[in-house]
Structure formats: C-alpha cells, structure tokens
Design a protein around this ligand. Structure first.
Ligand code: TRP
Length: 363
C-alpha cells in the first residue's frame, strides 16, 4: 500500500519551482532542526521558509525570538489559510516565542476604505476572539493597532528612503500609493519587536505574502548601520486549494471554499460539489481504487481537519483500496467540518469573555 510521505515530498514537488525561483529554503531540509515539528511542517503544507537555520537555532538553544502576525479586519469571516497561520503561531508560542499580533487597521483603511473605527470593532468583536478560538494564547500575546503604534509609522517613513519605485514594481508588480504605504507599514510591523530587543523573529505566512518578507529583508540589509536588525525569518504554507480544484481559493468565488464560521447548510452544499479523485463508475473505483492525491476533500483533511497521522493514513489506504467511495467520504468529511465549526463557535464565545486579559500596547 502506498504511504503518505511524512516528509511531504509529493507536495514539495509542486512547490519546488517556487522554492527555486524565489531562493526559499525547503522545510524538509530543516525539519529535524525544529523541536517537535507540527503536522503542517511534517506534511509539507508548510513547505518552506527563509532564515530557518537562525530560527531553529534560537528555538533549540532557548534564546529569545519572536513570532508576529497581522490581522486584516476586512470581513466577518476568516478562511482556512488563516487557520494555518494561527497553527504556526501556536507552535512557536508553545516554544516560547514572544508573540505579537497586530491589527492592520491602517492597511485596511488604505487598501479597502474601512474606517479605523470599523476596523477596531471588527477586531475586538470577531478577529481577536477568533484567533484565540483557533489556538492563540492571549495571555502570552502582545496586541496592537497599527494606527496606535507611532514607532511602526516612524519606521515606515524611514524605510521609504531605502527603496525605489522600480524595486517596488519588481517585488509587487502593481504599485499604488496605498499599497506602498501599507507595505512599508508592514515592514515596520515585522521589525517593530526588535526596537526593544534585537532577536530573530518569524513571520508565518501563505506563500502569496512572500513579497512582504522580501521587502523587509531588503530593508534590514539597507539599514544595517542605523538599526542592525536580525533578518526576519518566515515560514510559507501552500495555498488552500479551492474545492473545485483550482490552485488558489478565490474570494471572488465564495462557492469554492468553506469559511470560518460557516453554516452547515452551505458548507455541506459546497463540499458535495468538491472535486475528488473518484473514478468514472463505482465498479471502476472499487477495482482501481480512488486517487486521494487529486482529491480536494483529502486535501482538506490533510491541511485542516485531521491532525492524527494514523487516521489520515487509514482514509488514504481505504480510498486507494477502493473500499471507501467518494459519497461516503464526503459525508464523513462533512461530519468533521460540522464538528469543527461547532467547536469553533463555542470557543469563539469563550474567547470573547477573555477580553480583559488582552494586552494592547500603544507607542
Ligand atoms: N498584509 C497582511 C494581510 O493582508 C496584514 C499584515 C499587516 C501583516 N502587517 C503584517 C501580516 C505583518 C504579517 C505581518 O493580511
């Protein structure tokens, strides 16, 4: 029977070009350096990074390091890619990372026209509790709003001197004043913790966010004499594939992915239509077996719904052997999705009650 490769080579294959083109480090080469890597790292969903050696060394030697992520308060739902970010934050936090979570209210004002007030309300009512519900430890986290952090803003202004418009174009493709401001503020966010303490840090992001990391690393090199920052490290995760099998979940096609939270009716309908690795007929599938490597439901299990490797392997084997057919499998996946969503709702309510514990910094 075929095995799921715990080192995730199958997945890395799809992403090996990205790794080459962008000069990234494959996670599998560093996996043994990290203490107790989580399932995302072992399965190659977090397939690569930058500065992984410095990061893992700090973790192993129990030196100070930080982990930082940003909330874009643009809607009332989050997508499963964000869950992956939070899983990574949780992993680093459990390994003693000083953890920073910022609300990118300036960015949402500049790029989406969301007022600061609105952004604040959404962050307080939904995003921060949602992050906590998904595993962030609020007691060990420092939160801030970009708009209330003058050090971040000051960094953005200083950094604006260090990059040309053409470089911006080559990193981001598209340039627009709002994007430039936001990207500089984001570089400010990424380096802000080091104003207090010079140390390695990690920014876990989807691969689509890698330009921000590149910009921040370029800026670190160019401000060496003024700041002497450590180059920020990053971990990169794969796109969450949309249920119809296209590579990236698209916000413009809400039928192609399930959000957090989502009502069971609509989640069920979407999952029923998902692309699977099934054969043309039941007979054929019983004979030849299914193709979990091409199945979006299996990908959901692997990325989000099943952490237990043995369970995942069992489904894989049963599918390959033609014993588990797609209809049944979709029903099972739907059950898992419902219990995930129910659990999330409960945890969200509980997290809202911890509001007094959230520590915000202003500067
Ligand atoms: N640009 C990010 C987004 O679209 C939000 C963000 C702002 C961020 N500052 C950050 C993410 C710093 C990571 C690190 O979601």
């Amino acid at each position: 029977m075929n095995k799921i490769d715990p080192w995730g080579t199958q997945l890395i294959e799809d992403y090996s070009r990205l790794i080459k083109d962008f000069g990234l480090e494959p996670m599998q080469d560093f996996l043994l350096d990290f203490p107790g890597p989580n399932y995302l790292m072992k399965r190659g969903i977090v397939f690569g990074g930058q500065g992984l050696k410095e990061l893992s060394a700090a973790m192993k030697e129990k030196k100070p390091f930080y982990c930082l992520t940003g909330i874009m308060p643009s809607s009332e739902r989050i997508h499963f890619g964000t869950k992956t970010v939070i899983e990574m934050v949780k992993y680093f936090q459990e390994n003693n990372a000083k953890t920073f979570v910022l609300v990118a209210d300036l960015e949402s004002a500049a790029t989406r026209g969301i007022s600061l007030k609105e952004a604040r309300e959404r962050a307080m009512d939904f995003y921060i509790p949602a992050y906590i519900a998904l595993g962030l430890n609020p007691k060990k986290t420092v939160f801030y709003f970009q708009s209330e952090n003058s050090e971040v803003k000051n960094l953005a202004y200083l950094f604006s001197q260090k990059i040309t418009l053409n470089e911006f174009k080559s990193i981001y493709g598209e340039v627009h004043p709002s994007r430039i401001l936001s990207a500089l503020a984001q570089a400010g966010d990424i380096l802000f913790p080091q104003l207090n303490e010079k140390m390695p840090g990690v920014i876990p992001v989807g691969i689509d966010q890698s330009p921000h990391i590149r910009l921040a690393r370029d800026i670190v090199r160019r401000t060496k004499s003024e700041f002497n920052f450590f180059l920020p490290s990053a971990t990169y995760h794969k796109f969450v594939p949309s249920l119809d099998g296209s590579n990236k979940m698209s916000k413009s096609n809400p039928n192609s992915f399930v959000s957090i939270p989502e009502e069971s009716n609509s989640a069920g309908k979407k999952m029923k239509k998902a692309l699977t690795g099934g054969r043309n007929t039941v007979e054929e599938q019983k004979k030849l077996g299914g193709q979990p490597e091409n199945c979006m439901i299996f990908e959901m299990y692997k990325q989000h719904l099943i952490e237990d490797d043995k369970k995942l392997q069992q489904i894989y084997d049963n599918c390959k052997a033609g014993k588990l057919l797609c209809g049944q499998d979709k029903d099972n996946a739907f059950e898992l999705m419902i219990s995930f969503q129910e659990d999330f709702k409960k945890k969200l309510e509980n997290a809202r009650k911890t509001r007094k514990q959230w520590k915000f910094v202003k500067s």
